[in-house]
Design a protein around this ligand. Structure first.
Ligand SMILES: NC(=O)c1ccc[n+]([C@@H]2O[C@H](COP(=O)([O-])OP(=O)(O)OC[C@H]3O[C@@H](n4cnc5c(N)ncnc54)[C@H](OP(=O)(O)O)[C@@H]3O)[C@@H](O)[C@H]2O)c1
Length: 260
């Protein structure tokens, strides 16, 4: 029997890792921006409504330009908050389960220990706030929605910190790297494999999957070249404020008994 997934996001790093896992028993229809622009709520409703037989919808698309979001809040909220709400409404209309990907950046970084799902979010920037509004809208609109908060994704695809460091290391003798933000770098491939392996059981229980050790941005950069640790506040150019600490407690690999 084939498990059919409709996925928003075809070109992003997590989206591509999920697509790489498509197999005989798992059919993923991934929608690119050209097929459905997430700023168009009618197009979203049509895409879900007319998708044929489906077992699950995954939203792996987002406005992820954290710094640029400070000057493009309308677009950030359109893609990260209003689009997920529209996807969730369309899923609810068809009684479909929805997995929506969110971020550790909903937290402020003020907590002393690892963040739990039950901790109150308090985003510091437009990106985090827009993702939080998206989470709330999804859980409000769809009975069968699950929000998975991931952190510091890296993969062989697209733009991510690891790719940037490798590129810089190939051309620059000294890397200037922020050394005062901590979270869990996470392999997009692991998130993709976990979510798809659990897909049939996913329901509305909040859950998150992260891996890797807690480290600062400069730790993964260390083997690449000499580094020059810097404080975030000394970074040149426009940046949104970042939580200094957003490490989340990893979930056990086995789903909770009450999760379907
Ligand atoms: N990257 C991280 O470190 C990180 C950390 C924590 C959480 N997350 C979350 O994890 C999820 C996946 O992130 P990612 O790193 O895989 O993202 P990504 O590589 O930046 O990809 C974002 C995807 O969203 C699509 N998109 C953006 N605006 C769109 C629009 N208006 N209409 C249609 N598609 C649009 C992009 O399409 P185009 O290629 O056409 O632009 C792209 O496919 C997101 O929810 C993100 O918030 C990411």
């Amino acid at each position: 029997m084939t498990f059919r997934v409709l996925q928003f996001g075809a070109t992003g790093q997590l989206a591509r890792e999920m697509l790489a896992l498509a197999s005989d028993g798992l059919e993923i229809t991934a929608l690119s921006r050209a097929e459905v622009d997430l700023t168009d709520a009618d197009a979203i409703a049509r895409a879900v409504g007319e998708a044929g037989d489906l077992d699950l919808v995954i939203n792996a698309a987002a406005y992820t330009a954290v710094d640029k979001a400070e000057s493009e809040p309308d677009l950030a909220y359109a893609v990260n908050a209003r689009a997920p709400a529209a996807i969730a409404r369309a899923c609810q209309a068809r009684r479909l389960p929805l997995v929506h990907i969110s971020t550790d950046m909903v937290f402020s970084g003020a907590k002393a220990g690892a963040y739990l799902e039950t901790d109150a979010p308090a985003p510091l920037h437009v990106y985090g706030a827009s993702k939080l509004v998206g989470e709330m809208a999804v859980l409000e609109a769809c009975d069968r929605a699950l929000v998975a908060r991931v952190s510091w994704l890296f993969s062989a695809y697209g733009q991510n910190f690891l790719q940037m460091m490798l590129k810089l290391a190939a051309t620059q003798p000294v890397l200037k790297v922020v050394d005062d933000q901590r979270a869990r770098p996470t392999a997009s491939a692991d998130v993709a494999a976990f979510l798809l392996s659990q897909a049939p059981r996913l329901a509305r229980a909040p859950a998150a999957r992260r891996n890797g050790a807690c480290c600062t941005w400069s730790t993964p950069a260390r083997p690449a070249a000499m580094r020059w640790p810097r404080r975030s506040s000394s970074w040149p150019g426009p940046t949104g404020p970042r939580p200094p600490w957003s490490r989340c407690r990893p979930r056990p690999s086995r789903p909770r008994p009450d999760a379907r």
